[in-house]
Design a protein around this ligand. Structure first.
Ligand code: SF4
Length: 63
């Protein structure tokens, strides 16, 4: 699993960080940072949740 973030679309809501804090962090600039672009299995469900619940569709997954 690889996580991709479209920084032009992110509005810094922080939903992803809340759901998967090991993988996402919203910086002071109000834009998401993907801390671990290739998260391990332990984070997989949380990451899928975060991708699904991102309000702007900024997050995507690639295999
Ligand atoms: S949930 Fe989406 S819009 Fe909100 S901080 Fe994360 S990537 Fe950005």
């Amino acid at each position: 699993m690889r996580v991709e973030a479209d920084l032009d679309v992110c509005v810094g809501s922080g939903t992803c960080e809340l759901l998967a804090p090991d993988v996402f962090e919203v910086g002071e600039d109000g834009v998401v940072r993907v801390l671990r672009p290739q998260p391990g299995q332990a984070d997989e469900d949380a990451v899928r949740d975060a991708v699904a619940q991102c309000p702007t569709g900024a997050l995507g997954l690639a295999d």
